[in-house]
Design a protein. Structure first.
Length: 352
């Protein structure tokens, strides 16, 4: 069929808007044809376990799932009893953008904490880590952090280690929402293991779709002692078990077996840096958070955003004029420069 959209069109709305990387599509084609076992009983899912172990350690085990909401809910559900609750930032995706899935599907409560930069600290966590043994309060047994955060900021290795230490001392399990983990590792110039396994993360929701996959995310168990042995049953119950799982698994193999994950993340991050630098000294424009990964949050003068949307799409972040501009693995310099030109033109019109 003929394409229904301009194939060269680039958006700054979300890294979910991008297509699939050509190397991922090639891997899908290579895995196609012939018959293999279903529901993960295939050579690609078996190979994926080897690849995951190389990045996260011999104890790691991957559970491919369909989407990010499913990954987060499944991961958290697998480490919680029915009376458990999750401590997270108020801006966390699991709180803001998962509808009622945590409550309706996961069956757990969220204790949310306001933050200035989207990041939790041991001191902030302690505000909700109480009431243990009190039957009237959902028990805060898990902390969930997002890397990179929903505000585009990053946890350093030391910051995650401090949170992990607090969690261990208080018998709390540490979950990481790593929808953009690749971008964080690329920005911090560390391995995936150095900001997960090595600093005490127990279970990880590892993102693929935002970094060039066609579909699919992955729950990675890093500490099996903290995770229910019923994971395989929960995945089925949560509608996250793929019958033709080879097509989920082979994409992660393509992403992780070489350096595709890193190349793609570095490109997205570099374009966000270019965008932020272009906005930084623009009159009447303010960067709201330090642009540390592939997201730029900027406050524009009234009316500017609507005019710029005639050229490309992006999301409003609040009601005060802040917008979110996301860069992807396929964002090019000319795309960034065209956006900057459009913003500059409308800002000058506003000033005039």
């Amino acid at each position: 069929m003929e394409p229904l959209h301009p194939s060269g069109k680039i958006s700054f709305a979300s890294d979910n808007y991008s297509g699939a990387h050509s190397e991922v599509l090639a891997a899908l084609a290579a895995a196609n044809g012939g018959h293999v076992g279903a529901y993960g009983n295939d050579p690609y899912t078996e190979r994926l376990q080897e690849v995951i172990k190389k990045h996260f350690g011999e104890q790691a085990h991957a559970w491919p799932v369909w989407n990010g909401t499913g990954a987060n809910v499944l991961a958290l559900q697998s480490v919680l009893p029915r009376w458990g609750a999750v401590i997270c930032a108020e801006t966390a995706h699991v709180n803001v953008d998962e509808s009622t899935a945590p409550q309706a599907v996961g069956g757990f409560k969220l204790w949310v904490i306001p933050t200035e930069d989207g990041k939790l600290t041991p001191e902030l966590i302690s505000r909700e880590a109480h009431g243990y043994g009190f039957e009237h309060r959902a028990q805060p047994l898990v902390v969930s952090i997002t890397q990179s955060t929903e505000l585009g900021t990053l946890y350093t290795v030391d910051e995650i280690r401090a949170i992990s230490r607090y969690c261990r001392e208080n018998n709390i399990i540490l979950h990481m929402d790593g929808a953009r983990l690749a971008n964080a590792a690329a920005a911090l110039d560390v391995t995936l293991r150095e900001i997960t396994t090595d600093v005490g993360v127990d279970i990880l929701s590892f993102g693929g779709t935002k970094n060039g996959l066609l579909f699919g995310e992955c729950v990675v168990v890093l500490n099996s002692e903290k995770v229910s042995d019923g994971m395989k049953y929960l995945r089925k119950m949560n509608l996250q078990l793929a019958s033709k799982m080879r097509f989920l698994s082979v994409q992660f193999i393509a992403l992780l077996e070489g350096d595709l994950w890193l190349r793609s993340a570095r490109q997205a991050n570099a374009m966000a840096t270019r965008l932020a630098q272009g906005l930084e000294n623009m009159k009447s424009v303010s960067l709201m958070y330090p642009p540390q990964a592939n997201g730029v949050f900027v406050r524009l003068p009234a009316g500017v955003a609507e005019k710029v949307r005639e050229h490309t799409s992006f999301y409003d972040w609040d009601t005060e004029g802040t917008v979110r501009l996301m860069c992807s693995f396929d964002t090019r310099e000319q795309d960034v420069d065209a956006l900057l030109q459009a913003i500059r033109k409308e800002v000058e019109n506003y000033a005039g």
